[in-house]
Write a protein that binds this ligand. Structure first.
Ligand code: 6GU
Length: 226
């Protein structure tokens, strides 16, 4: 069982993505536990303050060190985290390899910041991994955290059934997935490739591999260099 705790100042942003589809099913089957911790509960005053203007000036607000410190240390009383991950555009770019690694951990803590960030002392003293989901800026780490959780959960044994198996996913073997079709076999004159209707399993497997390879060469040649 993997437990993922997520610290957020905007927990509502995580609601829908973590309560539908495969992630929901995994939670219902008790294959994963996901806890969302509202940073506001660790606010310093009755106004619910958790952020402040940056020292040295500049626009935007920074999440303060003390609420985060209190929140993290309280969570650490109950659990030893394998990784404490800060979602940030200046982190290491996320990929399937990192998803695979995270999916075999027991306890993960994700920290979502404002786009402007968090007091760096939290990064210096608690954070063990910094992850970005790509070279663009989001308003906060929540949507990135939802993406991490989704990609991790689908890799946890028992979450996907055989038909959905993550082994067929794009990237799992550094190849993009082949094209897929379903009924009808002909629509407006557009035909499904004959081979897929042939019932010849080994030929179909070969065709799919060839398609995967071609797609990867055309679209993502960088994946083949690894
Ligand atoms: Cl993880 N956070 C934010 N705020 N922006 C991002 C990101 C993360 N990854 C890419 N852009």
């Amino acid at each position: 069982m993997i437990t993922i705790d997520i610290i957020s100042a905007v927990p509502d942003l995580l609601d829908s993505p973590l309560n539908h589809s495969i992630v929901k099913r995994a939670k219902d089957k008790a294959l994963v536990e996901i806890n969302i911790i509202n940073l506001r509960n660790y606010a310093l005053n009755k106004y619910g303050q958790i952020d402040d203007a940056p020292y040295g000036g500049g626009a935007g607000m920074v999440l303060m060190v003390e609420p985060l410190y209190n929140c993290i240390t309280e969570l650490q009383k109950n659990k030893k985290y394998n990784q404490i991950i800060f979602l940030t555009p200046d982190g290491e770019t996320y990929n399937q390899k990192t998803a695979n690694y995270l999916s075999i951990q027991e306890n993960l803590l994700l920290i979502c910041g404002h786009y402007k960030g968090i007091d760096d002392r939290i990064r210096e003293n608690f954070v063990t991994m910094e992850i970005s989901i790509g070279d663009y800026v989001l308003s906060g780490g929540e949507l990135a955290a939802a993406i991490l959780v989704d990609s991790i959960v689908r890799l946890v044994p028992g979450v996907l059934n055989d038909a959905e198996s993550a082994l067929n996913d794009s990237f799992q073997d550094n190849l993009l997935a082949p094209p897929e079709y379903t009924r009808p076999s002909e629509f407006k004159g557009w035909k499904v490739p004959d081979i897929l209707l042939s019932g010849h399993d080994s030929k179909i497997k070969e065709w799919r591999f060839e398609q995967s390879l071609q797609r990867t060469k055309n679209r993502r040649p960088d994946l083949l260099e690894d």
